[in-house]
Write a protein that binds this ligand. Structure first.
Ligand SMILES: [Zn+2]
Length: 87
């Protein structure tokens, strides 16, 4: 799994990256409901990773988008978890 994000942690050992992923997973799993602040733009392009304000876990923008879509499919308002969500 670490390899997928190795570009984010250059200079860190694979074990350290695995530890970081495990910590992130625990944070995400412990969260009762994620809230991703509006996607940040860097030079006009949406950031690739979003951080949850509640648990401090992060995930790729595409995952957060699908989380919001799932929230909507469960009759929630996707804007509650991801402001600016595009239906
Ligand atoms: Zn969260």
């Amino acid at each position: 799994m670490a390899g997928m994000y190795s570009h984010l942690a250059k200079g860190f050992s694979e074990a350290a990256q695995d530890d970081a992923m495990a910590v992130n997973r625990r944070r995400l799993n412990s969260c009762s409901q994620h809230f991703f602040d509006s996607p940040k733009k860097v030079n006009g392009v949406a950031a690739a990773l979003l951080r949850c304000v509640m648990c401090d876990g992060w995930m790729p923008l595409e995952w957060a988008d699908q989380y919001a879509r799932g929230f909507m499919h469960a009759n929630g308002d996707p804007e509650v978890v991801l402001p600016g969500f595009t239906r």
